[in-house]
Ligand binder design. Sequence first.
Ligand code: NDP
Ligand code: MG
Length: 389
Amino acid sequence: MRRISIFGATGSIGQNTVDLIRRSRDDYHVVALTGSQNIPQLIKDAKALRAEVAVTSDPARLVELRDGLAGSGVEAAAGDGALIEAAARPADWIMSAIVGAAGLRPGLEALKHGTVLALANKESLVTAGPLLMSEAKRLGSTVLPVDSEHSAVFQALVGEDMSSVERIIITASGGAFRDHPLSALDHVTVDEASNHPNWDMGQRITIDSASMFNKAMELIETKEFFGVRPDQIETIIHPESLIHALVGFNDGALMAHVGPHDMRHAIGFALNWPKRKALPVQRLDLAQIGQLNFRAPEAARYPALLIAQKVMEAGGLTGAVFNAAKERALDGFLAGACSFTDMARIVDRVVDVMLSNEGLQNATITLDSVDEADAIARALTGEEIAKRE
Ligand code: NDP
Ligand code: MG
């Protein structure tokens, strides 16, 4: 039986992973399931999957978790230390689907134990890509992409030589405000930004899709995961979101990955890799779909894409700064402290201020230096938000 753990099991990616595991219950031994605030879901899944341990990141919720698991044989644990301890338990496959910078440490710990790390937590690559990828290489562990675009690129590259790759094209739906009048973007609400035209995801990533900060993260992710140069990475607006990414080769071929909007495809591909197995996702009817559309992203609508180029070119700790500023600016938007369009202005400003410090680009990426850059960037972002209130 394959031993598996799911970090961020109570979230959107986590629940899709739980769904796949539940369908082939007898093939897996579940080691750890983790969550944060959704304790009832964590208890339910830990019991149903007979996990060894259930962990909440919040120590204040331990009693509730322990009471809910009493008599079930599932251990209860809480706190950041417990997350690391769970990542150190021997497993063959670990899903990294905690949201935000908190996903980095458990993922790095899992790599030390030779496991396959299925990486949904894009912040790990954006904040510390060189650290994560070099650790995986040094330790002989495997990182598989779960973000749909990166899974698509990975699949298009099977059997190919990276030296023939000219470019990687990441598609973007254009988010909730693709066709919204530009002049009205300043006044959009949190509710409006929380509606994705095609995908059903967590609220933060849905708003990040509307602002294209999610795509900006994905461009950086592409650079870090596949080791390509920033000028080899392109974005194209593709409203149907059926082509997830394309790889352009030096003989003019473009290999496109087409699939339904269902994260269980990318999760299932990583789960079954290096084989393919049947998955419970819709089969596309191309005749019914009729046409696929593409258009260039407008720079004025999507300033986050330009910030991503700057971040990729600067390298070093700039990704950690960018991610922290973006997370903090989103907190500001959610709290009503800044507008939707302020987010990009603020993040751009913070990245520029931090880039005026030369050490940032050349600094060694370690867990400590990432934390430090993160803390400084968040404080600076808070100051920028306060100026707008
Ligand atoms: P959700 O917000 O739905 O879920 C996040 C998970 O992380 C939950 O289990 C949550 O627990 C847990 N969590 C929250 N804060 C902490 C913390 N401080 N420490 C430990 N655990 C925490 O997010 P998604 O599932 O949408 O996204 C997860 C990751 O995958 C993100 O990095 C996202 O960018 C990436 N991703 C998501 C996609 C999607 O389709 N959703 C697509 C591609 C990538 P609880 O809910 O119990 O509070
Ligand atoms: Mg994606």
